[in-house]
Design a protein around this ligand. Structure first.
Ligand code: SF4
Ligand code: SF4
Length: 73
């Protein structure tokens, strides 16, 4: 039986609203997992593949640009 690569199932995601972001880099400095990157449009963004949902960026953001969203079951 082929073993499937299992991904940790999270119950929520963190999302970053680029329209609220003021590019202070606080989230990037807090994230120890490579979850924060700068996308093609030169906005801060979250790579959910690296994100461990630790919440540090969420707590560090002074602009309220990062929010926690539950994943519908
Ligand atoms: S929740 Fe934690 S791991 Fe995910 S992007 Fe924010 S700081 Fe990085
Ligand atoms: S901490 Fe908030 S305002 Fe600062 S770069 Fe990250 S998302 Fe943007």
């Amino acid at each position: 039986m082929a073993e499937e690569k299992k991904k940790k199932a999270y119950k929520f995601n963190f999302i970053l609203d680029a329209t609220k972001c003021m590019a202070c880099a606080a989230c990037e400095l807090e994230c120890k997992f490579g979850g924060i990157y700068i996308d093609d449009n030169v906005n801060y963004a979250i790579n959910l593949d690296n994100c461990t949902r630790c919440g540090k960026c969420f707590r560090a953001c002074p602009a309220g640009a990062i929010s926690k969203v539950n994943i519908a079951a």
